[in-house]
Design a protein around this ligand. Sequence first.
Ligand code: FAD
Ligand SMILES: CC(C)=CCC/C(C)=C/CC/C(C)=C/CSC[C@H](N)C(=O)O
Length: 478
Amino acid sequence: SAELRAPPDKIAIIGAGIGGTSAAYYLRQKFGKDVKIDLFERGEVGGRLATMTVQGQEYETGGSVIHPLNLHMKRFVKDLGLSVVQGSGGLIGVYNGESLVFEESSWFIINIIKLIWQYGFQSLRMHMWVEDILDKFMRIYRYQSHDYAFSTVENLLHSLGGDDFLGMLNRTLRETLQKAGFSEKFLDEIVAPVMRVNYGQSTNINGFVGAVSLAGADSGLWAVKGGNKLICSGLLQASKGNLISGSVMYIEEKTRTKQTGTPAKMYEVAYQTGSETHSDFYDIIVVATPLNRKMSNITFLNFDPPIEEFHQYYQYIVTTLIKGNLNSTIFSSRALGKFDLSTILTTDNSDLFINSIRIVSSVRENNPQPSEDGAYVWKIFSQETLTKEQILKLFLSYDYAVKQQWLAYPHYKPPEKCPSIILHDRLYYLSGIECAASAMEMSAIAAHNAALLAYHRWNGHTDMIDQEDLYEKLKTEL
Ligand SMILES: Cc1cc2nc3c(=O)[nH]c(=O)nc-3n(C[C@H](O)[C@H](O)[C@H](O)COP(=O)(O)OP(=O)(O)OC[C@H]3O[C@@H](n4cnc5c(N)ncnc54)[C@H](O)[C@@H]3O)c2cc1C
Ligand SMILES: CC(C)=CCC/C(C)=C/CC/C(C)=C/CSC[C@H](N)C(=O)O
């Protein structure tokens, strides 16, 4: 086996969302029990995995659904002894501002006939297109289980799907699907509404995130019982990481004399807790938050060459939870009691003030439970905060409304140039993977990769980084 250097004394992780906490978990696995791991978090553990309470029950307001083939998330749930709840099915409709252009039926066979009648076999072809991409995407688990790491997001994607995967970053989903022969009607009425509910954007997002978004409309989606953020607190605990509640302000490289008496290059992390400023020194840093002024506001001081400024614009989205009785007549002429849709998606129509609205279950239930008067909790995604007039238009009556604003995910604008993972010698950036696609599993994959990369670079194992033709090489291994 390859020779190992003494492990680092101290590692800092900035951000305790799913990216930061899974990085702590994998770094502990790689570097062993003696390294001190500090996680800096200025808000809540969980980050964009968060819940809000409506009349005593908690509901997801950020990252909510997990794909059945998201193997890191599945593994965390198993290792941490958590339970899952299955995504409730329910019927979906698509509203274009005037009428429902597509409406699911509770009869499976009627649905199939409807889909074929309206769109031919495009729905089936779309399913196969996504499945093919997912199939290649799954190669990452094999690479990571053999400890291989990548120094750029582009190298990682190339190892999974070659030039086709990189090409998807450079073209819009619409262009990609048009080339594949999908009709404008199908793109407008089925694909665009899925992009709006999942990423609050149009079909002009890059093809890769488009495919992830379509996977997010697959069946079998699940969530963590009690809230997805339980994974983050669980990983933090399992990794024996030390949580520091504070906001990191700057990082600077300095030469320090270690306890052994030898001088070493270390990173100073300066952070604020309340009105006090503190600082500490680290051998390795993993940045697990999007690096831009609005989101993390971290300055890199005196680096030579300087660390580039990141300007990725993040999409503003509002999640509103409302317990009430929907005024279904604005979507359909069907009598109030006969309206049976539980999700309404919308087409790309700038006159619409919502992206989607759907009935949700609390974090402890498999199925949504109405109150005695038949009111459900509805989750609405919108580009702006809903006004009282808009809420009154949507609901015949409502008891309660709460909202959460997000800079949710990158505003995708292909061609995408992904930020470097290696920002400096021992300074790693995990959130750059969101340029390809933002999802819980993407952050977990980036975290595993960053931990492997940090470990191999620390030990000089360059043969474990950016290996080409990995798929072919590993095919022959047992
Ligand atoms: C409304 C919404 C719905 C979504 N739905 C889904 C979904 O259904 N499925 C899915 O897979 N994904 C979904 N996502 C995406 C998913 O939530 C994110 O991709 C994922 O949670 C990102 O995790 P992260 O740890 O990389 O980043 P974050 O969760 O953003 O974590 C970064 C952390 O760093 C902290 N931080 C920032 N700056 C500093 C600083 N200077 N000092 C200290 N701490 C700092 C922040 O407070 C934050 O907690 C959704 C996102 C949103 C917003
Ligand atoms: C990373 C891979 C291969 C799959 C992830 C698929 C997935 C779960 C995508 C969802 C991404 C996302 C940002 C969803 C936001 S909204 C979620 C849900 N539709 C809701 O209404 O709350």
